[in-house]
Design a protein around this ligand. Structure first.
Ligand SMILES: O=C(O)CCC(=O)C(=O)O
Ligand SMILES: [Fe+2]
Length: 308
């Protein structure tokens, strides 16, 4: 499937046509502001030079959050931008072709959410944020800067999200939330790294998933509805900012969630109760366990799955 592309996007077309469908869309033709002309490497280095950033560094292009094939390091922002924009490095941590990825954090990453207008006020002033949600729904705005070739693991986020692609192009692949059955999820991340040629002996169910594919070019926005899985490959050195906002009742969100990826409170509660239910069934001999587990699955499916 191809991700739908909507040209000449306005607030009205987003709110009336795109948003209610709750499917991903590439939105074109909205002026993201002076960042589009100004954000070359020297300018980014100059504007952010007083900041330090914590970054992912990996020898491999496919960063693997589950088996951690990367290290966290800290660099001054200007040095990070220099290295991320080059394919061969004079100074490096692991090797001269290592890849870099920044997912910006809040001032105190354990408590504060990322907000570029707080951590990078000069750069934030260059962006016109699309007026697609109410101000009080705003949750965070996150810098995403990465090396050419870098591929970010498939994951979902629990909030609605607009990704503003400012520098470089990016290959994006999304999967519907109902494809969770095929993606071998481990928390919010999929165990399948190579989604283009996956190991089908290890991940046979993956062939049931339906990838939605598209390309983002500078100036494009990608609407990623909450719970849609996404995987990004940096075709070039890339600079993007994504904005998460809360569209559910505020009481449903975990209040201690600086990344915006904790499951809603009732879902966390259900997972804990489910753990207890599974432990209880483990007290039974295997054939009974199997029988009652199937009964529970059947009940959950009948009562809670979306009717299609
Ligand atoms: O483009 C990226 O680096 C990742 C984007 C992402 O995961 C998001 O916007 O939630
Ligand atoms: Fe994400």
């Amino acid at each position: 499937m191809e991700i739908e592309v909507v040209d000449n996007i306005t607030r009205d077309t987003f709110l009336n046509e795109v948003y209610p469908r709750r499917t991903p869309a590439i939105l074109r033709g909205f002026d993201l502001g002076p960042c589009m002309q100004k954000w070359d490497v020297p300018y980014l280095q100059d504007q952010g030079k007083h900041c330090h950033v914590k970054i992912h560094v990996s020898q491999q292009t496919q960063m693997d959050f589950i088996n951690k094939n990367f290290v966290y390091r800290s660099l001054p922002f200007d040095e990070f931008v220099k290295r991320a924009s080059q394919e061969e490095h004079e100074d490096f941590f692991i090797s001269n072709s290592e890849k870099y990825y920044l997912r910006a954090l809040g001032d105190d990453p354990r408590k504060d959410v990322a907000d570029i207008s707080v951590q990078f006020p000069e750069l934030a002033a260059d962006i016109i944020m699309p007026p697609f949600f109410d101000e009080e729904q705003f949750f965070s705005s996150v810098f995403r800067i990465g090396s050419k070739g870098m591929q970010l693991w498939t994951h979902y986020d629990v909030m609605d999200n607009i990704l503003l692609q400012i520098v470089g192009s990016k290959k994006v692949v999304l999967f519907a939330p109902s494809d969770a059955d095929f993606l071998y999820m481990n928390g919010d991340k999929s165990e399948i790294l190579d989604i283009d040629s996956p190991d089908l002996e290890r991940f046979p169910l993956f062939s049931g998933a339906t990838p939605y594919r598209g390309y983002l070019y500078p100036g494009d926005m990608l609407f990623i509805p909450a719970l849609w899985f996404h995987n990004m490959t940096y075709e070039d050195f890339g600079v993007a900012v994504n904005v998460f906002w809360r569209h559910l009742d505020p009481s449903l969100y975990d209040s201690k969630d600086p990344y915006g990826n904790r499951d809603p409170v009732p879902a966390q509660r259900a997972a804990q109760i489910m753990d207890r239910a599974m432990k209880a069934l483990e007290e039974l001999p295997e054939d009974y366990r199997d029988f009652y587990a199937r009964g529970l699955c059947h009940k959950i499916r009948n009562r809670l799955y979306k009717k299609v």
